[in-house]
Design a protein around this ligand. Sequence first.
Ligand code: UDP
Length: 238
Amino acid sequence: MIFISEDKKQRADGRAYNELRPIKIEVGVLERVDGSAYVEVGGNKILASVYGPKETYMKRFLRPDTGVIKVKYNMAPFSVDSRKRPGPDRRSNEISKITADALRPALLLESFPRSMVEVYIEVIAAEGGTRCAGVTAAAVALADAGVPMKDIVAGCAAGKMDDQIVLDLSEVEDKEGQADVPVVIMPRTGEITLLQTDGNLTDEEFEEAINLAIEGCMEVSKVQKEALKNHYVQNLEG
Ligand code: UDP
């Protein structure tokens, strides 16, 4: 573990180096799906919905011995400053794939052979860190759908801005910063299910960024669990 001194610069948006943006999670926000969640992280607004596990029309993807997960991440044209061209592109295909990879280790796939879980992530507003917030939302939606899982994964990035390792990059920090390290973990075991790096970091900085991102994931995990608890307690009472 690397010691992080308290002698740190305040960030442009007033946050401390190890401070997350405000985070809000709502569970079961959509009627017509098996599970759903709405997540805000700073200016990010993200909806995740889940169908299944069930046999689908996509028979060629099904496997006799295990369940499968398919993820579609989409960034709405109106989610960013300059209108984004609608439809899939290289970036969204990559994020769909790494999101499935980040969620899969937490799923008890062997408990639903010949079945598929479909996850749809819609970014309604983007402000940096949508892949991590998307995974966070998807994990809660999977729990809401009652998909058998051994853990609820949580995502958060760290990175480097103004020569300082910081938590949960904003869009400005993402674009103007020196590095971005998105991380997803299974909080119960600490196992990392997604680790990406973009930019330049020394070995020490890389380790510091991973450790900081893991701390961020643990905070995100608390908010996920609180949201699920509140939703189900309300439903039991109501
Ligand atoms: N972004 C954008 N237009 C795009 C893609 C991304 O304005 O077509 C912005 C958006 O705010 C996003 C940020 O750039 O959150 C960083 O994008 P990146 O590809 O690093 O993924 P993310 O950090 O969202 O996981």
